[in-house]
Design a protein around this ligand. Structure first.
Ligand code: NDP
Length: 507
């Protein structure tokens, strides 16, 4: 992949003004059957720039009637010969072409995501845009490699049988994504679904609808037939209508555990296949022999990156008592060095939270933590001088206790809850004493301890002396209430396909 050029401050601000000017006027429509259309109800809603609190534009508010039209279009597209008979090589080419177009428009997409979501444009470019390009290129490699097997069956009759399996697309997929990584979460689902030959209806979060619409337009330009990739913008009701719809064969969801449970309940009508990537409360476990410089830098990044709005955020710190104070001081130093502000400024590496609602939620947890006995080490409030944006300082709460809400619940903001430990057996019990099991970090130079802990921690991903590394090649997902199924890798292709076993009597 060629490097995506970095924007200068002037560039990002001027691209943002041009984009915002272009978005004024008619509301952004839904994308159904290759066309931009307004909602059947005519309703629209505002999407805001979290750095200013101001409206960017109006967006169509899709409801059940629109979901129905999108699902019908996706069902038709499933049997459109231009899609279902597309060769594996051509499917691969079309996904690579989509990656090329994202690369062509990388600068604009990064700024669009920055103004809609708040995260700094420089980070957006790397995480959301380059990440999505990689995702489409990775899954573009699968259509030519994803097949069945021939199996050595032993029928009682002694008949000579050829048994083989084939993979078929699971069908129409409802993809429901959150606001924290809008474009990459969409790519993580759209890319394997299309690689497997499915058709999709994507429901982006109400806070961040803009890049999803643009992605679907680029898919059309890439040559993906109309109706294969539809987008319904709107609220949770639109997501619920998708989950309820009998024409949807599978739902893939990333978001809160609470909504994940509602999706499981709502999907029973036609027993849709469901995959869920839900919340987390990931422990960062630091042993006394750890490299504290490296650990502090990575633990700070692990909780403050994307303003803590990351499902894998390392939000529970378990530092050995002998190094606890030293480590906390170093993490606080990293927090103090973050540059908070409007993400269009390339020197900014810490933007606003996504919405006022999220600001209130994070702030309330800081209050709850202190009320329950935790001690505020740094942050905890709105930084001065940044206007009406939804900014919240990087925050550390020390002396956290295992039963405190700040240790048990997903805050989804830049708040680290720190605990100290001295009994290794109790450490594992504490780290696993959570409803979640998405990820964990382990910091030690003792190889034996690293492997012992990696085996003992109940989490879908374990990072040893690193944190938050994600790659399309390796499975991603959670134990316990952090979800069902794994995204990325072969596992993702399996999520979007059915296996058929075929028996041929050769006797
Ligand atoms: P939600 O889980 O509510 O939203 C995620 C997506 O689901 C959005 O597109 C949302 O639409 C949609 N949705 C909401 N209700 C339903 C429903 N009943 N059926 C189908 N789809 C639905 O997350 P929130 O945005 O409300 O954030 C709340 C909390 O969830 C955060 O504070 C955080 O703790 C957690 N969260 C976790 C994420 C993760 O990656 N683990 C990601 C995002 C949030 P709409 O946007 O309109 O509500």
């Amino acid at each position: 992949m060629s490097a995506v050029a970095q924007a200068t401050a002037g560039d990002a601000y001027s691209i943002a003004s041009r984009l915002e000017a272009g978005l004024k006027g008619a509301p952004r429509g839904l994308l159904i059957d290759g066309k931009s259309v307004q909602a059947v109800s005519g309703k629209t809603f505002a999407t805001l720039n979290p750095a200013t609190g101001k409206e960017i534009c109006q967006v169509a508010e899709g409801g059940a009637a629109d979901v129905d039209l999108a699902v019908q279009a996706a069902r038709r597209a499933l049997t459109n010969p231009a899609w279902c008979n597309m060769s594996a090589v051509d499917r691969s080419l079309v996904l690579n072409r989509l990656a090329d177009l994202i690369e062509r428009d990388a600068q604009e997409l990064a700024v669009l995501e920055c103004i809609d979501n708040g995260k700094p444009a420089t980070l957006t470019k790397v995480v959301e845009i380059e990440g999505s390009i990689k995702t489409f290129r990775y899954f573009a490699g699968w259509p030519t490699k994803f097949g069945g097997e021939t199996l050595p069956v032993s029928p009682r009759s002694g008949a000579k049988i050829l048994n083989y399996t084939v993979r078929e697309p699971v069908g129409v997929c409802g993809l429901i994504v959150p606001w924290n990584y809008p474009m990459s979460m969409a790519a993580w689902k759209v890319a394997p679904a299309l690689a497997a030959g499915c058709t999709v209806v994507l429901k982006p979060a109400e806070q961040t609808p803009l890049t999803a619409l643009r992605l679907a337009e680029l898919a059309l330009e890439a040559g993906i037939p109309a109706g294969v990739f539809n987008v319904i913008t709107g609220f949770g009701e639109a997501g619920a209508a998708l989950v309820d719809h009998p024409g949807v064969d599978k739902v893939a969801f990333t978001g809160s555990t609470e909504v994940g449970k509602a999706i499981v309940r709502g999907s029973t009508g036609n027993l849709k296949k469901v995959s869920l990537e839900l919340g987390g409360k990931s422990p960062q476990i630091v042993l006394p022999d750890a490299d504290l410089d490296a650990a502090a830098a990575s633990i700070a990044a692990g909780i403050f990156f994307n303003q803590g709005q990351t499902c894998t955020a390392g939000s529970r710190l378990y530092a050995h008592a002998s190094i606890h104070d030293d480590l906390l001081g170093r993490i606080a130093d990293h927090a103090a060095k973050l540059t908070i502000g409007n993400g269009l400024d390339p020197s900014v590496n810490f933007g606003p939270l996504v919405s006022e609602e999220q600001w209130d939620r994070v702030s309330s947890y800081v209050e709850i933590g202190q009320r329950e006995g935790a001690e505020l080490v740094c942050g905890g409030a709105r930084p001065n001088g940044l206007g009406d944006g939804f900014f919240f300082q990087p925050t550390i709460l020390a002396n956290a206790g295992r039963d405190m809400r700040i240790v048990r619940e997903e805050i989804f903001g830049p708040v680290l809850s720190a605990l100290s430990w001295s009994d290794p057996e109790d450490l594992v019990a504490q780290a696993n004493d959570s409803d979640f099991g998405l990820s964990a970090g382990i910091w030690t130079n003792d190889l034996k301890q690293a492997h012992r802990l990696a085996g003992a921690v109940k989490a879908g991903t374990v990072w040893v002396n690193c944190f938050n590394l994600v790659d399309n090649a390796t499975p991603f997902g959670g134990f316990k209430q952090s979800g069902w199924g794994r995204e990325h890798g072969r596992q993702a292709m399996e999520l979007y396909s059915e296996v058929k076993s075929i028996w041929v009597n050769l006797s």
